[in-house]
Ligand binder design. Structure first.
Ligand SMILES: Cc1cc2nc3c(=O)[nH]c(=O)nc-3n(C[C@H](O)[C@H](O)[C@H](O)COP(=O)(O)OP(=O)(O)OC[C@H]3O[C@@H](n4cnc5c(N)ncnc54)[C@H](O)[C@@H]3O)c2cc1C
Length: 371
């Protein structure tokens, strides 16, 4: 049976970062990364943005090329699925029955989009290529069901390419469930001004001729592997404040429901920067370069075509008080979210990086909304 000091299951960003940062911090044990997809670890945000619009080649989405992974002395087993983990024996079993022994194991198996009948979804490069082929024609009608980030971003990209786009979302205002009605109306306004037909308060598309229907109705974290191995799970895989789920097993990215020392509760976040930082933290920990708990304030960003964008630190809560400062008309504002105790819980910024960074510090230190 083959043995590796470090085995990483899942070939996404979090997995790639574990390997990269382990090597970067001087880790010199053997590293095997096992991923189900045919691609080396890559960034998914371009799949609804530049890559979807045909503006960048697939290689630009890759964290590293195959040559770079070789130079890092990280062995990749792509198009390979792990079927089971045996924590007691310290082994993983591949779908073809091969077993591999590990010293340390990281699980970063990501998420799977929820589906709606025959509607398309975008999670992997091939999904984006499929939708992108329609966008490339520069005409046609795209129907989008769901007002999540993937649906909204893809709708904006399709409109940029000249398609008619109709988007339905159950909320009264787009993203109001995430950021409040005032901020949601700002993003919805951008979509509408650029010609996306946004229909809120409904879950189904009106009758019409659609060349493609895209569902953006959220994802389900891939936790079966961990659950079947007896690891503690809830919506995600439960981990402590060092992202450890069991002896010699760590979890990262979308599946990690970790104890946040900043928020003093368990949180699970499905965003790029979190996957990046989780992976980085685990890689450094394995190399002995990180001793303290994981304490990064979760951050994410979203681009609405090339019309506007946002950055956010938090996460806030639905019941938080929202205070907007600046000018939405000039795409230059910040929204502060605070809880009943007056503590700053989140901050959304449009072209206000300084305020966002200050808010990040305040959230980490338990401060209030800045004066
Ligand atoms: C289209 C799209 C756009 C996005 N845009 C943004 C954005 O603008 N901003 C933002 O903050 N976030 C964005 N995100 C979210 C962000 O990309 C994810 O949170 C991030 O990819 C999570 O990384 P991960 O490594 O945890 O999981 P993933 O990236 O999902 O990678 C997990 C990998 O593990 C593999 N795997 C699963 N099970 C097994 C198994 N048993 N054996 C082997 N391999 C397995 C999967 O096939 C997958 O390749 C976007 C996501 C999508 C899909």
């Amino acid at each position: 049976m083959a043995r590796f000091d470090n085995v990483i299951v899942g070939g996404g960003l979090a997995a790639g970062m574990v390997a990269q940062e382990y090597r970067g911090a001087g880790g010199d044990g053997s590293v095997l990364l096992i991923g189900r997809e045919a691609h080396p670890p890559y960034h998914r945000p371009p799949l609804t943005k530049g890559f979807l619009r045909g503006e960048e080649p697939v290689e630009d989405t890759y964290v590293h090329s195959l040559d770079e992974w070789r130079e890092l002395d990280v062995e990749l087993r792509l198009s390979t699925e792990v079927a089971a983990i045996d924590p007691a024996a310290h082994t993983v079993e591949l779908v073809d029955g091969e077993r591999i022994e590990y010293g340390r194991l990281a699980l970063a198996t990501g998420s799977t989009p929820r589906t709606l009948g025959e509607a398309a979804t975008i999670r992997v490069i091939e999904d984006s290529q499929r939708v992108g082929a329609l966008l490339e024609t520069g005409s046609g009608h795209l129907g989008v069901i769901g007002g999540g980030f993937v649906g909204v971003e893809a709708a904006a990209s399709a409109r940029m390419k000249g398609l008619d786009v109709t988007l339905v979302a159950p909320e009264p205002v787009l993203w109001s469930h995430l950021f409040g009605e005032q901020v949601g109306a700002y993003f919805q306004g951008h979509m509408e001004r650029h010609g996306v037909r946004v229909l809120t308060g409904r879950k189904t598309l009106p009758d019409g001729d659609y060349d493609m229907i895209l569902a953006g109705i959220g994802v389900t974290p891939n936790i079966e592997l961990a659950r079947n191995a007896g690891l503690p799970t809830n919506h995600g895989v439960l981990a402590d404040d060092r992202l450890a789920a069991a002896p010699d097993i760590w979890v990262a990215g979308d599946i990690a429901e970790y104890q946040s020392v900043i928020h003093d509760r368990r949180i699970r976040i499905e965003h790029w920067d979190v996957a990046l930082n989780h992976g980085s933290y685990i890689g450094k920990s394995w190399a002995g370069a990180e001793q303290g708990p994981y304490q990064v304030v979760p951050y994410f960003f979203s681009d609405i075509g090339d019309w506007t964008w946002m950055e956010y630190v938090g996460p806030g809560d639905r019941d938080d008080t929202v205070e907007v400062r600046g000018s939405m008309d000039d795409d230059d504002f910040v929204a502060y979210y605070s809880n009943a105790d007056g503590k700053l819980t989140a901050c959304l910024a449009v072209n206000r990086g300084d305020e966002l960074n200050a808010a990040r510090e305040l959230i980490a230190s338990g401060g209030g909304v800045p004066a």
